[in-house]
Design a protein around this ligand. Structure first.
Ligand code: PHE
Length: 448
């Protein structure tokens, strides 16, 4: 099989990004998504606010950024999807790592699309009928069942339309068109939230430091998992996007832009979500449902706020949808490129094949939110961290060509040292905690 991954792409020349800004926006689009708002806010709430935010910042720049750079270097140099890139730079012994990336992508996309389906539904019904009624009961019907399956497939269909357009006319055009909208909405809503009475209590909850929690293993694992998930690392998404760069295109500054934007949007989303929740006195609801926190508490808040709430709510869900779409297409691309390079299928056929797999697998999450939560712990934590660990060891120790691609500078030595000696122990520790967390959840899932 390695032959087909290393051969020329089936449709002749590999497509490349139209411009540097297009690539950066697409990569930022991949990073910024449900992870920054839905996942970040409930994980931050569960893990004691500021202590988590600080650890998350450290993980993003201390470990995430070097691994991001490794992914970009591998993809750009190999001009192949993750399996081909791993074979090209690391050799057949590491093929399993490439396969792990693709499997992780498939699992993540299967539940990501379901949550994005909820988002699509809230955005659409927000326009038509607002956010009325009992938010908890509403969420229960949205989250599981035939409706959830239908909206999951609708969102998947939307992503399919984008990826069928290819890199430049599909993915790049979509990112360039919608990402500025996301930034505007999130910034605008954060400013609006600051004007609400009671916003200060929200800021306090979000930013007040419970210093003891910094040493908590659970908070540490959550921060590591969140950094990887949010930066789209550990499953080849960034690698795949970089494979559509010209070989001479720089990537160092780009990696910093991506990490700063990703952290920035998550941080500002927190400045929006917590004041809103506290201003309306809904904080006790947050702890009650984990995956549902944002989808119950916020619609409840929007409802309480009357007419303004409806406008704010629609804007919020539109921004969330934009984030979800530009992230989903990057996971999609990992699957598409792997099918098309592995089986030498046309892009079109590969898109449909990957879409069908995700569509079918996603039905399980659409019918059972416990399963969805479990998959997020497995794929969104354990497997991403494992993928990042493998990558930093492989690039740090075994691939000289990959390291040389960055040239000789202090920064390069710092990068290599981090990949060798900092990231692996940190990620190994995070992996052990992630495994323990998953194991516990699995046992209670089986028992339930
Ligand atoms: N980074 C995306 C988000 O924050 C999710 C994602 C994970 C995308 C892994 C691609 C790969 O929502």
């Amino acid at each position: 099989m390695s032959g087909s991954f290393q051969g020329p792409p089936p449709e002749g020349e590999r497509e490349h990004w139209g411009g540097s800004a297009g690539f950066v926006l697409a990569a930022v689009g991949s990073a910024v998504g449900l992870g920054n708002m839905w996942r970040f806010s409930y994980v931050a709430a569960e893990n004691g606010g500021a202590a988590f935010v600080v650890l998350y910042l450290v993980m993003t720049f201390g470990v995430g950024l070097p691994v991001l750079l490794a992914e970009l270097v591998l993809g750009r140099g190999a001009q192949r999807g993750p399996i081909g890139a791993v074979l090209h730079y690391l050799g057949p012994a590491w093929r399993g790592l490439g396969v792990l990336f693709v499997v992780t992508g498939l699992l993540i996309f299967s539940y990501y699309s379901v949550i994005a389906g909820w988002t699509l539904r809230y955005a659409a019904t927000g326009v038509v009928s607002g956010f009325g009624g009992d938010a908890g009961a509403r969420f229960a019907t949205v989250a599981e069942g035939a409706g959830a399956v239908a909206w999951h497939l609708a969102f998947l269909g939307l992503s399919l339309v984008v990826v069928l357009g290819g890199i430049r006319r599909g993915i790049e055009r979509c990112a360039v068109a919608v990402m500025p909208l996301l930034f505007l909405i999130v910034a605008g809503l954060a400013i609006y939230a600051a004007t609400l009475d009671g916003a200060a209590a929200g800021y306090r909850y979000y930013l007040a430091m419970d210093i003891g929690k910094i040493w908590s293993a659970e908070v540490f694992r959550a921060a590591a998992g969140q950094a990887f998930f949010s930066l789209s690392l550990g499953m080849g998404a960034m690698m795949t996007y970089a494979s559509y760069l010209e070989r001479t295109h720089p990537v160092s500054r780009e990696s910093l832009t991506i990490a700063v934007s990703d952290f920035g949007v998550a941080f500002v989303a927190g400045l929006l979500v917590f004041p809103l929740i506290f201003a309306l006195g809904l904080q006790s609801e947050v702890g009650e449902s984990t995956v549902g926190a944002l989808f119950i508490t916020l619609p409840h808040a929007f409802h309480e706020m009357g007419g303004t709430g409806r406008a704010v709510g629609v804007l919020f869900f539109v921004a969330l949808l934009v984030g979800a779409l530009t992230s989903a297409i990057s996971i999609f691309e990992v699957l598409i490129v792997s099918v098309s390079e592995g089986l030498r299928w046309s892009r079109r056929k590969s898109c449909w094949m990957a879409g069908a797999l995700v569509g079918a697998l996603g039905v399980l999450s659409a019918l059972d939110t416990d399963w969805l939560g479990l998959l997020d712990l497995l794929a969104g934590n354990v497997l991403l961290i494992a993928g990042g660990l493998g990558l930093s060891i492989a690039v740090g120790f075994s691939s000289r060509p990959a390291r040389e691609a960055l040239g000789n500078s202090v920064w390069t030595s710092l990068w290599v040292t981090t990949l060798r000696w900092v990231a692996p122990p940190v990620l190994l520790l995070a992996l052990m905690h992630a495994l323990a967390g998953f194991w516990e959840a699995l046992r209670s899932y089986m028992g339930a």
